[in-house]
Design a protein around this ligand. Structure first.
Ligand code: OFO
Length: 175
């Protein structure tokens, strides 16, 4: 792996851990507001982000690349409503999409086909994550100030369960 690509992978690992930390902070905020379903949804997202980071980590180890570790930024948010939380989810995922796309472009420019193929799982995952956030935002907007509707959405969000993602291209996929 060339140096620029290797560095970009390390940075992406840090970003995935930041994502995990952000969703954990959101889960805590939602839990404090009594929105246990949305708290569960964001906690499952935290678990997914950990898996994204872990799978990048395993890939780097598989390629025998050094990883540079950096401090993870403070994820505290100043949210005023669940709608604001999920708007933040969407804006954050858009940033992650841009970062993953840049990483894939770096792999392509480095002529590293293996890394480029490995990253395709992440590219597709971002499409799904943005779509999920948009769907939840639309439903929360429809609910407006209706508490019953909000609680119904919250119940539905609480049904989400964590399934460890299987990322092709590493021997420890899904760890
Ligand atoms: Fe939120 O997605 Fe990781 O990559």
């Amino acid at each position: 792996m060339n140096k620029e690509l290797s560095q970009a992978f390390s940075e992406q690992i840090n970003k995935e851990y930041f994502s995990a930390f952000l969703y954990l902070a959101m889960s805590d905020w939602l839990n404090e507001k009594g929105l246990n379903g949305a708290a569960t949804w964001t906690y499952v997202q935290y678990q997914e982000e950990l898996a994204h980071a872990q799978n990048l980590f395993h890939y780097m180890q598989y390629r025998d690349e050094p990883i540079s570790f950096k401090a993870i930024a403070d994820p505290s948010g100043n949210w005023q409503s669940p709608l604001e939380v999920f708007r933040h989810v969407l804006s954050h995922e858009k940033l992650v999409t841009e970062s993953i796309n840049n990483l894939a472009t770096t792999a392509m420019k480095a002529n590293d086909h293996a890394a480029y193929i490995f990253l395709q799982w992440y590219v597709s995952e971002q499409v799904e994550e943005e779509a999920s956030a948009k769907e939840i935002i639309s439903r929360l907007e429809l609910a407006g100030d209706n508490t019953n509707a909000l609680l119904m959405i919250d119940d539905q969000l609480g049904a989400r369960v964590f399934n460890a993602p299987v990322v092709p291209g590493i021997p420890t996929a899904g760890a």
